[in-house]
Design a protein around this ligand. Structure first.
Ligand code: URP
Ligand code: ZN
Ligand code: ZN
Length: 496
């Protein structure tokens, strides 16, 4: 037997176990896990000596924005397309991303939205990919098409917004979406910030001429996130405990409310992101317009809030850690952060700064380097739980012989960099002109990324060695271990 690829001398880490194992790969799948050293002499087309480094299931970044129209404040356009975004993803140890197929307020067909997004991604991706439907309206046609989206297109999640003028849904619209999603085992992701209040606060700040980047944070204080999180949880409980996933949670009070709902047995899941672990509201107050580099929503909070967010990752309040990669270049007056600079506002205006940060490539190295999660916890939130919640498991997010795709991240042996690895934007493979993490010291970086048995990232020998177009669309099913606990009786007006 000649294997396609054998990896020796590594320590495999899954969401539950750590063991020194050799890995044999055949036809894009994990073929065999064997005691360390036992595959040293095996016949193989290619052999990688992991030199004692950790081997984890490939990263799954389940929250990535690419090539979407301007919807997140201002008129910016994404710095990355599917080509550069997925190139950046593999260089940061990811093998799958889930991006968004946007259905805008005035559009009626989710199927058309998905087909249009396929046309942008097809043939352009370096890693495997799927889409969430970004649902900007709850029209009858949009709701009617959701079953086909799930059963024909393999799209088992939608994201809805409680803020942004272009996307905000009213509570009745949210309820209609939840009810339809429940009937077809579609997971509803919710961006929870109170849009009406933050619009009012933005007007107040504008009247007081407080418009520099730092006031983005004042326009979206934590109470707006906690209130909307509580409301989202209440709405999901009203429609017979429909499963929801609160995205990019930044506020400890919101996390506490989520924890409470989970303790009560409600199917409430949550995500956080590196910006809430490593950045603070003080970053928005950097000199001049520099603070705009850190404008995202919700905004980074106070330094003292970060501990609670790390704890939420450790104790399972947050099932997933994703990047919310939403890149806008800084020094770009047409489509970047500086597109808000006008004759009227020569210093810019936070209201018009496109919201979002680049981060698909830095998510895994930043969190591994911080050493605050057990390695098994890290694998759970960065790969296995996203695969389970978004219906990719066990094909993705696991190392199960004969079952899982051979999607791997191979890390450098510990101590390799001795504190000398400094993050700089010119190391990265996105098309944004900055990283919000410039100058951070890192302890590790993915050395190899393997996608379906093929090395696509080899940091020391060529960098990105995968090919554009090798990444394929992956159809997804229902979330694992979620729907079986949902009461079959469903929503009953008599029970209210
Ligand atoms: O500021 C952010 N988070 N931009 C991306 C859009 C979103 O709401 O995820
Ligand atoms: Zn969002
Ligand atoms: Zn997002």
């Amino acid at each position: 037997m000649t294997y396609d690829l054998v990896i020796t001398n590594g320590t495999c880490v899954t969401a539950s176990d750590i063991a020194a194992l050799d890995i044999a790969i055949q036809n894009g799948k994990i073929a065999l896990l064997a005691p360390s050293g036992s595959l040293a002499g095996a016949s193989a087309v290619q052999v990688i000596d992991a030199e004692g480094g950790y081997i984890t299931p490939g990263g799954i970044d389940c929250h990535v924005h690419l090539q979407e129209p301007a919807m997140f404040g201002g008129k910016g356009r994404s710095a990355d397309n599917y080509e550069s975004g997925t190139r950046s993803a593999i260089a940061g140890g990811n093998t799958t991303i889930i991006a968004f197929a946007p259905l805008q307020k005035d559009e009626i067909s989710p199927l058309a939205a998905v087909h249009a997004t396929h046309a942008l991604a097809r043939g352009n991706c370096y890693c495997d990919y799927s889409f969430h439907l970004l649902m900007g309206n709850a029209s009858a046609t949009a709701l009617q098409e959701l079953p086909r989206l799930k059963h024909e297109e393999g799209i088992s999640s939608v994201k809805i917004y409680m803020t942004y003028k272009a996307l905000q849904l009213r509570d009745n619209e949210i309820l209609s979406i939840l009810l339809t999603a429940r009937a077809h085992e579609i997971l509803t992701m919710i961006h929870a910030e109170n849009g009406d209040v933050l619009d009012w606060l933005t007007d107040q700040l504008e009247l007081a001429q407080k418009i520099s980047p730092k006031y983005h944070s004042n326009s979206r204080p934590p109470i707006l996130e906690a209130e909307a999180t509580n409301r989202a949880i209440a709405l999901s409980s009203l429609v017979a405990n429909t499963p929801i996933l609160l995205v990019h949670v930044s506020d400890p009070q919101a996390a506490l409310r989520i924890r409470e709902a989970q303790t009560q047995g409600q199917p409430v899941f949550a995500e956080t992101c590196p910006q809430y672990l490593f950045l603070t509201r003080d970053d928005l107050d950097r000199p001049g317009f520099e603070g705009a580099k850190y404008i995202c929503s919700p905004p980074p909070r106070r330094k003292e809030d970060q501990g609670a967010i790390w704890r939420g990752l450790q104790n399972g309040t947050f099932s997933v850690l994703s990047s919310d990669h939403c890149p806008f270049s800084f020094d770009d007056e047409e489509k970047g952060k500086k597109s808000c600079i006008t004759r009227e506002h020569p210093e810019g205006h936070f209201r018009h700064v496109p919201n979002g940060l680049p981060g698909v490539e830095t998510r895994l190295p930043l969190v591994v380097s911080a050493s605050k999660l057990r390695l098994t916890e890290f694998v759970a939130v960065a790969s296995t739980n996203p695969a389970k919640l978004y219906g990719l498991y066990p094909r993705k997010g696991a190392l199960l012989p004969g079952v899982s795709d051979a999607d791997l991240t191979i890390w450098y042996p510990e101590g390799k960099f001795g504190g000398d690895l400094t993050l700089k934007n010119d190391m990265l493979h996105h098309d944004a002109d900055y990283t919000p993490y410039e100058g951070r010291k890192l302890g590790n970086w993915p050395r190899y990324t393997v996608l379906r048995g093929k090395v696509v990232w080899d940091r020391d020998n060529g960098g990105v060695v995968g090919e554009k177009g090798y990444g394929k669309f992956v159809k997804r099913g229902s979330a694992v271990d979620v729907w079986d606990k949902v009461d079959e009786a469903g929503f009953d007006l008599e029970e209210l």
